[in-house]
Design a protein. Structure first.
Length: 296
């Protein structure tokens, strides 16, 4: 795996704060399961449906490449173009500068290791969206700037999938500025986790099972994207699998939004962290949004 990709969520980009609140999904009156939209990521392309029905959808990402990949969903303000997105985010990543407020963050599958799959279930209103992968390659170039970016349309539909119910969660994690609030202790086993962004800034959530001998301090040191950008003496990071194994998460979602993801947790030590960059140019991990968990 290329060195830059080993930074897990190194290139995760953020906006200062999503303006306004999104519409609350309709009450879960139906019993139908969410529709499933499957897509793949490689170096450097996304293969996905170009149109899906509005409503509750499970987005299933299969990583067929050799690097870490994301299936991050963003939406542009009217009149903005895909090229403007690429140019603005590329500059923001390089400079740790302000993120464009005309880009809204809607989650999607988080970091997925090579050969692995991940899924996120969420509600999308009709409109035009874009898939992007913000991970950097070995040269420091974000994947989306190398072609891993794809527009898609969410269309209104009177079919059953549009009225499907949300998943049934057995755990809830609230994202606040800047911490995680877990409703119940997580135990070993398979979980469907609801994630609520209760903060004023966008947030993501990443769960990493620590490799033997590794600690939360290693994650703070090596998976902090902004430290890597400003510290010329940081040195190359260890390989991803030397730090741990990603087991689930959600790409950045704006304030007031929520989504669900599945994770299988084996006994051991885990770290929960947010890699979004705050308006001050520091990552949320530097603001204290990192937490170690012991799963028994």
């Amino acid at each position: 795996m290329p060195v830059r990709s080993a930074l897990l969520f190194l290139a995760l980009v953020s906006v200062a704060a999503c303006s306004g609140r999104e519409a609350v999904p309709p009450a879960d009156l139906a019993t139908a399961a969410p529709t499933v939209a499957s897509f793949t990521a490689t170096e450097y392309a996304i293969a996905a449906p170009d149109s899906i029905a509005a409503g509750w959808t499970t987005f299933r990402l299969a990583n067929h490449g050799e690097e870490l990949h994301y299936g991050h969903i963003v939406r542009l303000d009217s009149g903005r173009t895909r090229q403007e997105l690429v140019d603005a985010y590329l500059n923001a990543i390089r400079t740790s500068g302000p993120r464009p407020t005309w880009v809204k963050r809607f989650g999607g599958p988080g970091g997925t290791a090579p050969g692995d799959t991940s899924n996120v279930t969420q509600y999308l209103e009709p409109g035009s969206y874009i898939w992007i992968c913000p991970v950097e390659d070995s040269t420091g170039m974000p994947h989306f700037a190398r072609g891993e970016v794809m527009p898609f349309v969410v269309h209104a539909s009177s079919d059953a999938p549009a009225s499907a119910a949300a998943p049934v969660a057995d755990a809830v994690i609230r994202l606040v500025d800047h911490a995680f609030a877990i409703d119940l202790p997580l135990a070993a086993g398979r979980h469907t986790i609801r994630v609520d962004n209760a903060g004023a800034e966008p947030h993501d959530i990443n769960i990493l099972k620590l490799a033997p001998g590794r600690s939360m301090e290693d994650v703070q040191l090596w998976l902090n994207p902004e430290r890597a950008r400003r510290d010329d003496d940081a040195g190359p990071p260890p390989p991803l699998d030397a730090l741990g194994n990603p087991v689930g998460g959600i790409a950045a979602i704006g304030p007031g939004l929520h989504a669900y993801f599945d994770a299988t947790l084996a006994p051991g030590e885990y770290v929960l962290f947010c890699m979004v960059t705050a308006p001050d140019g520091r990552s949320h991990i530097e603001h204290g949004m990192i937490q170690q968990l012991t799963i028994e």
